[in-house]
Design a protein around this ligand. Sequence first.
Ligand SMILES: Nc1ncnc2c1ncn2[C@@H]1O[C@H](COP(=O)(O)OP(=O)(O)O)[C@@H](O)[C@H]1O
Ligand SMILES: [Mg+2]
Length: 295
Amino acid sequence: MSARASGTATAPPEPAGRRPEAGARIELSGVTKRFMTPAGTAFTALQDVSFEVEPGQFCAVVGPTGCGKSTTLTMVSGLDRPSAGTVRTGGRPVDGIAPGTGFMFQSEALLPWKTVLGNVALGPLLRGAGRRDAEDRARDWLRRVGLSGFEDHHPHQLSGGMRKRASLAAALINEPSILLMDEPFGALDVQTKAIMSNELLGLWEQTRPSVLFITHDLEEAIALADRVVVMTVGPGTVKAVYDIDLPRPRGAVQEIRFEPRFLEIHQEIWESLRDEVSRAYARTGSASTGTESDR
Ligand SMILES: Nc1ncnc2c1ncn2[C@@H]1O[C@H](COP(=O)(O)OP(=O)(O)O)[C@@H](O)[C@H]1O
Ligand SMILES: [Mg+2]
């Protein structure tokens, strides 16, 4: 078996014995996004982007800085609309922020004036749960992410990794059918990032939302994902889609990256990504429409 490259993504057969999928399918079809520049001209950030995330699948999107990864995620989130093309989640066109969608970004999304418990309980409270019930569920999720004993702390009293755990609990407590993650561990040191990646995989195995995970780190993408979408330098479009045949559960991400199959897959995808990274880098040398944006 080999990692499969194709322009159009088709579902690989699911291995037998998996529990029923909780996630919703994500489909982008011909998605183009143009922004108006301050000069009044249109800037094309995404051009004809099409790919699918199967229900319960973990899909990573990689590409150079500024290629439109975050814009792609925004289109799926419903926070903004495509200029052309369609996005569907669970078979329905995305029209505003869909219930059942969880988010996790590089920047912290915790409210600094609330305790860790208060932050995690907020989601259920906003959805109409009673305080007692919301706090019980928050305690349970804090235990699952290894934060028991820190319920009464405020975010600033936690390490960066612990804040990520709290953010993960806050995202998962609502049992999302889709989890959108934009470089969520990008600001962490290498060891903490590896630990968080392992935790994320463990929790995802239990709840199986469909995940769209944005990263510029190819190793991270392969270690975590079932499917890796490579985007071209901007205007971003899909260059190739690879289905990753590394078995699950994956085990420690620190170790899987030394396995022969991992290295093969890495080399194959890097061949594709390298040109885009070089082109993006070349552009930074000249005055262009490029951007410093990495968010
Ligand atoms: N709201 C916006 N208005 C104008 N241009 C934008 C906006 N959002 C993103 N862009 C531009 O679109 C391109 C893609 O950005 P982005 O999706 O953030 O890239 P990535 O996440 O891959 O680094 C960049 O050139 C960026 O400057
Ligand atoms: Mg980004």
